[in-house]
Design a protein around this ligand. Sequence first.
Ligand code: NDP
Length: 262
Amino acid sequence: MMLTREYFFYLLIAWMALAVIIFPLLLRVTVPYGRHTKTTWGPTIPSRLGWFVMELPGIVVFSVLFFWGNVEKTWPLLFIYSTFMLHYVHRVFIFPLAIRSKGKRMPLVIVLLAFIFNLINGYFNGYWFGWLSVIYEISWLTDPRFMVGIILFFAGMYLNISSDYQLIQLRRGGRKGYFIPQKGLFKSVSSPNLLGEMVEWLGWALMSWCLPAASFALWTMANLVPRAIDHHRWYKTRFPDYPAHRTALIPWSLFRKKQGGS
Ligand code: NDP
């Protein structure tokens, strides 16, 4: 759909407002996939297929609109595009194969909702960067917002992926079920992978300094803060010996150690 800048922003602000409305709802409803999967949410499909299908529009819609549009594809803009794709190529093609989720399923309705979410997000960002964006001059590469954004993006991506793989490794050797992760930032928080993903998209929003990217960061937080709280609650219920100092997302124990000088 071809839109003027004005209508684009109306729609985008409505989309961001929806994230703000949905956030408190997600604090009440546990989204049923992964460890929280339920059979009461209708038909299910294999988890691996679910991840592939629901994340794919992030790549396809963004890329088509991006390259179709006539905004000049300068180096900074191509870099912004490439960092987004780096995350999504991993998420769509590598992560689903890496997870040890043989036999696990997720509700089709969740896959459809996430598919729509990625479609809309791909549309807003692809349309913006392809058709409406300002031209990112080469000087943007040395702008502090771009440089700090890159650092946050890659730090977040490292934390996200390394933590995901620490979890995946817990089932090495054919082990099944769930275990208490003990490595890295898991010593302080229950979901460093989700924390990493949030930092990553905040960094991406900073490096591209535009509302569509900020909208994606906002939606990521609206999705992942409640999920991290659900994960944390689940660990405490499931494991009576779960470390009491661990928090859901913010590694307070790291700061406490520093304050105590130990
Ligand atoms: P989880 O931390 O729940 O799970 C990641 C993988 O590790 C799954 O394969 C899971 O298996 C396995 N796992 C998790 N905990 C344990 C454990 N204690 N013992 C053994 N195996 C374990 O991640 P999510 O499903 O919440 O998210 C997956 C990725 O998707 C994350 O990187 C997240 O950031 C991203 N994501 C991004 C969103 C966004 O809006 N941008 C929204 C949602 C997720 P199993 O599936 O069997 O539980």
